[in-house]
Design a binder for this molecule. Structure first.
Ligand code: ARG
Length: 267
């Protein structure tokens, strides 16, 4: 995670961002700290990336890389406003014992567009990442990539429309309206038991959630998801990240998951 020390909305690269709407920075910081503390209270380790001035979107750490089995596929941002974040992430990994850190050739915005399940690497495309990013990820991770076309600009990253609930069991939740008809059929075919989110919960950015396989941290306003999650045996935990929402992100955007330990690490 990366604290929102320099968070502001000074430009608009997604429909959620309106530079005319002021951000309450102390509140943004408090909301972010709440999320960080909640992870820690659940027993998860939280690593921190040093925020840099002039990179207001750096708080959305999910976009900086994708890590599977301790191997790191770096990011390449579409918009120049965020370009410099990619190197900050790669530098963090190199400094923390990750030896396999790949600088990508094609635009990919990390876990914004890549989601990992036991069987697949799901790859969103259409607004930020391209299909070439999916090809590159498949070659790097040696996992089958399933390309999914995003068609609604409000859901410009895969993680705004789809969330992996249980990685090992290939269990996901998603909002069908964010995907092209063909991609919807692919999702129905691969995940027939998925939890289907409705329009209102999607619009609350309720799919921008993080699950550890038991607890699901999600925007608290996505009220329609709580009961279906409980019925499946998950414990939903509502978070208020209202200030970060002004940048177009919530729980998942603020969280990059470190899957596996770096090669050679003890433990
Ligand atoms: N303002 C950021 C952007 O548009 C928000 C990124 C949200 N991150 C995410 N993982 N969806 O790039």
């Amino acid at each position: 995670m990366c604290p929102p020390t320099h968070f502001r909305v000074t430009y608009s690269i997604n429909p959620w961002m309106d530079p005319a709407k002021p951000v309450d920075l102390p509140l943004a910081l408090a909301q972010w700290e709440d999320l960080r503390d909640r992870y820690r209270a659940l027993g998860h380790t939280v690593e921190l990336l040093e925020p840099r001035a002039g990179l207001p979107d750096m708080v959305f750490a999910a976009n900086g890389a994708t890590v599977v089995d301790g191997r790191v596929l770096g990011a390449r941002f579409l918009y120049p406003e965020r370009t410099a974040e990619a190197e900050a992430h790669r530098a963090w990994f190199r400094a923390h014992g990750y030896t396999d850190v790949h600088e990508p050739e094609h635009v990919n915005e990390g876990e914004g567009d890549f989601a990992v399940t036991a069987s697949y690497l799901l790859a969103g495309r259409g607004f930020r990442s391209t299909s070439l990013a999916g090809d590159e990820a498949q070659e790097f991770f040696g996992r089958p990539v399933i390309g999914l076309d995003l068609v609604d600009p409000r859901y410009y990253h895969l993680d705004t429309a789809l969330c992996v609930l249980d990685e090992a069991a290939d269990e996901i939740m998603y909002y069908p309206g964010a995907f092209s008809p063909g991609s919807r059929r692919v999702l129905e075919r691969l995940f027939p038991d998925a939890l289907i989110a409705g329009e209102a919960d999607a619009a609350a950015l309720g799919l921008n959630a993080v699950s550890d396989g038991r607890h699901v941290l999600l925007p608290q306003t996505a009220v329609g998801l709580f009961t279906p999650l409980r019925k499946r045996g998950f414990e939903p935990i509502g978070m208020d990240l209202g200030e970060l929402l002004k940048g177009g992100g919530s729980v998942k955007c603020c969280t990059q998951e470190l899957r596996g330990t770096p090669p050679g690490a003890a433990g």
